[in-house]
Design a protein around this ligand. Structure first.
Ligand code: CP
Ligand code: NVA
Length: 300
């Protein structure tokens, strides 16, 4: 039996595969054909241990567009939530569906699941990484500005799952990533080290945004960190994306945010709802990028 390919991280695919996938996503977006049903009769199992709007709807709609279907599974309703071993769950679920998407806390949950799955496993967000979002973000940059290779991206805020995925994207898509984050909230050192010269740290959003073609941020408290909200509001007070940040960036810089956003915290309403913001095409591209991903993984 052919070994399944997984998408637990951007590093699971080669740079060429990622670029082909982005091109395919743009094609699928612009040539919607209801008769093109490459996943007819195929089933995606979706396990969500955290909330979601975009990830759930885009995967479910994407499977429907391609003639397949998706099953939403929450730990409340499955034996996983009652402690059935991951390994057993992966073997059982992957014997019945064609692909599995997992949104969970520990990254090891996704990698362990993948090790025991007969079908492709997709990371729909862990505490460590959110690679599906980067497919959409890269597609959006390519659509608005062309190739991101050689460009500069400024990451402002928490060294979280999105920041880690941007670091991996800097490696895979060959751009420079300037990071401004509080000292105590720096990203994972091993992920930073692996990116070498592509990543640089700055003390303020304005410094990081100097010469940037894209400015990105995310919430100060991610899912699972709700009780740290107050403490984080203090720590991140100087790490907001606002008009001064955008003025420091290149005049044609784009603004992105994976959403959901907290206006007035990590970004001002003026910026996120302003002319440089592409957050809604970015959100829509979750659908197109993941259709390309599902086709790539399932139709091999
Ligand atoms: N950006 C993102 O993953 O959104 P959801 O949490 O709504 O899926
Ligand atoms: N960093 C955020 C991203 C949400 C899509 C979180 O993990 O909650």
């Amino acid at each position: 039996m052919q070994q399944p390919r997984h998408f637990t991280s951007l590093l699971d695919l080669s740079s060429d595969e990622l670029r082909t996938l982005i091109a395919r996503a743009i094609y699928l977006k612009n040539h919607r054909d209801p008769d093109f049903q490459p996943l007819k009769g195929r089933v995606l199992g979706m396990i969500f241990e955290k909330s979601s709007t975009r990830t759930r709807i885009s995967f479910e709609a994407g499977m429907a567009h391609f003639g397949g279907s998706a099953i939403f599974l929450s730990p409340r309703d499955t034996q996983l939530g009652r402690g059935e071993p991951l390994e057993d769950s992966a073997k059982v679920i992957s014997s019945m569906v064609d692909c599995i998407m997992l949104r969970t806390f520990k990254h090891e949950t996704v990698t362990t699941f993948a090790q025991h799955s007969r079908v492709p496993v997709i990371n729909g967000l862990t505490d460590l990484l959110h690679p599906c979002q980067l497919l959409a973000d890269m597609q959006t940059y390519f659509e608005f500005r062309g190739d991101i290779a050689g460009k500069t991206v400024a990451w402002i805020g928490d060294g979280n799952n999105m920041c880690h995925s941007y670091i991996n994207a800097a490696r895979q898509f060959d751009f420079k990533l300037n990071i401004a984050c509080p000292f105590d909230y720096r990203p994972n050192q091993a992920i930073v080290d692996a990116a070498g010269h592509r990543v640089a740290f700055f003390n303020s959003p304005e410094q990081a945004a100097q010469g940037a073609d894209l400015v990105v941020t995310d919430v100060w408290a991610s899912m699972g960190q709700e009780e740290e909200q107050k403490k984080r509001e203090i720590a991140f007070n100087d790490f907001q994306v606002n008009q001064q940040t955008m003025q420091a960036a290149n005049s044609d810089a784009l603004f992105m945010h994976c959403l959901p956003a907290h206006r007035g915290e990590e970004v001002t309403a003026e910026v996120i709802d302003g002319p440089q913001s592409v957050i809604f095409p970015e959100a829509e591209n979750r659908l197109h990028a993941q259709k390309a991903l599902l086709e790539f993984l399932i139709c091999r």
